[in-house]
Write a new protein. Structure first.
Length: 171
């Protein structure tokens, strides 16, 4: 869950909040018997048919266990399925939110792939990579950007400590 309106209040009307619930472990292809404990049959369905019902299930679960008033305070809801993410973002293969798989052969020094690890593209000078597709991957806020900045500073023969000290002074 994230509350984006705390970081950027201009995104919503005054006195309101924007909450996001990201459910990362849902299948790309749906077999409804595994999605929710409701009395669905094992007939296969697609996300377009079930995404609102699945969202209801998630909101009910969060309301029951963590935020009792959540259901009653929602003014608007937008639901994206893995299929929606795949259509919207080119890097969201099979609906992943992490710019590719988070699996052993795409982790640490091999992220996003060994040839592009190290935050830069070797064949193209002065092009650097950061974000969820870079080490350490998604969910580690700002770490890929910080790591890429250190590589850039090293390539420019600049001392990161001096840069960060200077930035503190001008604040």
């Amino acid at each position: 869950m994230s509350n984006d309106s705390v970081a950027d209040p201009s995104r919503i009307p005054s006195g309101k909040h924007l909450l996001k619930f990201l459910i990362l472990s849902v299948p790309y292809k749906v077999n409804s018997e595994y999605i929710t404990p409701n009395d669905w049959t094992s007939t296969s369905r697609d996300w377009e048919q079930i995404k609102d019902q699945y969202s209801d299930h998630i909101v009910d679960m969060i309301s029951e266990k963590y935020m009792p008033k959540l259901k009653s305070i929602i003014l608007k809801r937008v639901v994206y399925s893995p299929i929606d993410f795949e259509k919207k973002h080119g890097t969201s293969v099979h609906g992943t939110l992490s710019c590719g798989a988070v699996i052993p052969y795409q982790s640490k020094s091999m992220r996003p792939i060994p040839q592009l690890a190290g935050y830069k593209i070797p064949q193209v000078p002065n092009i650097y990579l950061c974000g969820a597709g870079s080490h350490p991957g998604p969910g580690v806020s700002m770490a890929p950007g910080r790591n890429a900045a250190q590589v850039i500073l090293a390539d420019l023969n600049l001392d990161p400590d001096l840069i960060f000290q200077y930035s503190e002074q001008i604040r």
